[in-house]
Design a binder for this molecule. Structure first.
Ligand code: ASP
Ligand code: MG
Length: 617
């Protein structure tokens, strides 16, 4: 039998009418022959109101008591939902996180899920009941109530779907019966918007609804303004292969499917654009370019549980490198306090932090299409917007601009890629391979086995999974130093490179001083000479003193995984492993799903080995 987990957010259960509407939806799914689990959030602004209540009593309430308080919001919702379903003539039973057995660690107010027991859920489902579960909460080893962090009900919903799926995969695998009917498990997120948009429609009214998007694309977008979903819930979905549909609780229209990558997605160069305005850029200058330096810096920050978002370390010269990175504005003071003693010791200079907006474009097709970066930079140049930092990931390009330029930058980029018009994945069907409907929902055979084994190795369901480490020895790098920092310069460089059809892989741009930028990028080694000549031609025009140099002896290493952003320690572990082997890192870039570094080519294989060991892959 197939199972559907339906999650209703705060606005979807805000009053009696809406609770009843949600109840009717759950009943419809049941009557269509599915087993139904409903996850609910606290009603309306209840969680905010509870936080306010606590504030009236205490400036710094103990985190344990905060969780005791916050968990009550969801408890109200589950009881009302169960009553509404009973009232409509179906059987329902409500459970808190404790009752259903959602085990978490003890990090109050931002706990992570360790395991979920499916026994009680299964039993109630098999008895023909609709199971109602409180979102956002769990219980630790000591039976203390925990919560998962704001917006955590999405994570509860996907985690329950994952747990049910895992249990059924194991049952199928171990039954040894090939004809055993496999159960499908999917997750529906009901919210007050009708899906995921190409960007926030409040900022760009022409934004378009996306029909279908991959987990990785969604992860890259969710971490930024496209805040419709909790990032951790997508990590769960990807790790356990749970298809999700985000849709409106006020209509029956199809929303957005979040699914595994499908073949047609390779033609989607850009599926969405996003903006984040809550970050600040920290910049360290004159950092000794020696093995272990990045490790020390990011280890100190990770130690304080501060999540670093963009990191760009540029190649540097004269034995000095420059490292720029962003953290949430709330973490600024703690980050600076952590860095100060370290910077003093290293002789590095901390430049004043800058208010920035991060604008990113995301799309699976970026892996294989040329000229994407160039198009983005050209759109920004046309609006005279200055780029303060660039990093690129596998399927994402992010730029930092002045905070005030953010909105304008987002519009320019959205338009440049035609995201307002129908296209594959948004208004035009992706053909027969649309990813979700045609594929068997529960993969059998090897894939199911691998999943079961990989997840069994984890001590906690939410632990980070590193899926692979790769070495690429076929790239060379071009570094442009002393590029005058004015709008349009980056665009000129990449236009020159792109018009020669050369695929640019990783790009890092750092502002290395007042009015001075440094730009590094990697290209296939076989194109290095050509790319260098084109770059030098452009640089001569921009600044006769500017230098562009090419290096062919580099190796690029990529670490791929799930949960890279929400777990603070990945970069630390990666840099630590390299430092221990005395391998110097000359360039770093990060995204949600990939961290990559450049090292000298002679050490490429050593680096690969030690990273594989560090991440046990
Ligand atoms: N009620 C919690 C919050 O507002 C959890 C959720 O809504 O997902 O953060
Ligand atoms: Mg909420």
């Amino acid at each position: 039998m197939s199972v559907v987990v339906q999650k209703f957010g705060g606005s979807s259960v805000a009053n009696a009418e809406r609770v009843k509407a949600a109840a009717r939806r759950a009943i419809r799914a049941k009557q269509a022959g599915k087993q139904v689990v409903v996850v609910v959030s606290a009603r309306g602004d209840t969680t905010d109101d509870l936080i306010e209540l606590a504030r009236e009593i205490s400036e710094h309430p103990p985190a344990r008591e905060m969780d005791m308080l916050l968990a009550t919001g969801e408890q109200i919702s589950i009881a009302l939902m169960a009553m509404a379903i009973n009232e409509l003539g179906e059987q329902a039973i409500s459970f808190t996180g404790v009752q259903i057995g959602i085990r978490t660690d003890s990090t109050h107010t931002k706990a992570r899920i360790r395991e979920i027991s499916t026994e009680r859920m299964r039993q109630a489902l098999d008895e023909g009941r609709i199971v109602i579960v409180a979102g956002f909460q769990g219980v630790d080893e000591k039976y203390d109530i925990t919560t998962l962090g704001r917006g955590g009900s999405d994570t509860t919903a996907v985690a329950l779907a994952a747990a049910l799926k895992l249990a059924s995969t194991k049952a199928t695998l171990f039954s040894g019966d090939a004809n055993n009917v496999r159960e499908t498990v999917e997750c529906e997120i009901y919210t007050d918007v009708d899906g995921i948009y190409s960007t926030d429609p409040r900022l760009v009214p022409e934004a378009r609804k996306i029909d279908s998007i991959s987990y990785d694309e969604m992860l890259e977008l969710a971490s930024m303004g496209a805040g419709v979903m909790h990032s951790r819930s997508i990590e769960f979905a990807k790790k356990y292969d749970v298809p999700i549909m985000v849709r409106s609780s006020f209509s029956d229209a199809e929303g957005t499917w979040i699914v595994p990558e499908a073949a047609w997605m390779k033609d989607v160069v850009v599926c969405g654009a996003a903006i984040a305005k809550d970050e600040v850029r920290i910049f360290l200058d004159s950092v000794p370019d020696q093995p272990g330096t990045s490790h020390r810096i990011f280890a100190a920050i990770a130690e304080k549980n501060i999540a670093v978002d963009m990191i760009a370390q540029s190649a540097g010269s004269g034995g000095k490198a420059a490292i720029g990175f962003t953290v949430l504005r709330n973490d600024l003071n703690l980050t600076l306090a952590t860095l100060k003693p370290l910077a003093d010791e290293l002789g590095a200079i901390i430049r004043p932090a800058e208010d920035v907006s991060k604008v990113s474009i995301v799309g699976t097709g970026m892996r294989t299409h040329t000229g994407v970066a160039e198009k983005m930079f050209a759109a920004l140049a046309a609006e005279a917007i200055n780029i303060r930092m660039i990093t690129t990931g596998d399927i994402k390009i992010s730029v930092l601009v002045d905070r005030n330029d953010g909105g304008k930058a987002l519009k320019a980029v959205h338009h440049a890629f035609g995201l307002q018009t129908p296209r594959l994945g948004a208004g035009v069907s992706g053909g027969s391979d649309t990813g979700f409907k045609d594929r068997p929902l529960l993969r059998g055979g090897d894939a199911a086995h691998d999943l079961a084994v990989a997840t069994q190795r984890l001590s906690g369901m939410e632990d980070i999974v590193i899926s692979g480490v790769q070495l690429n020895n076929d790239y060379g790098r071009i570094t442009v130093s002393d590029l005058p920092d004015v709008p349009g310069n980056c665009s000129k460089v990449f236009q020159a490179v792109a018009t020669s059809g050369i695929m640019v892989d990783t790009i890092v741009q750092n502002l290395t001083g007042p009015n001075r930028a440094e730009l590094s990028f990697t290209v296939p080694r076989s194109d290095l000479r050509r790319a260098l000549i084109r770059t030098q031609d452009v640089i001569r025009e921009i600044n006769p003193q500017g230098k562009a140099a090419g290096e062919s002896d580099i190796a690029v290493l990529y670490v791929y995984g799930v949960g890279m952003r929400t777990h603070t320690g990945v970069a630390r572990k990666m840099f630590g492993a390299l430092a221990e082997k005395g391998i110097n890192i000359t360039m770093i870039t990060t995204s949600e799903v990939c961290v990559s570094v450049v090292v000298e080519s002679a050490r490429g294989n050593d680096a690969l080995d030690c990273l594989k060991k560090a991440f046990s892959v």
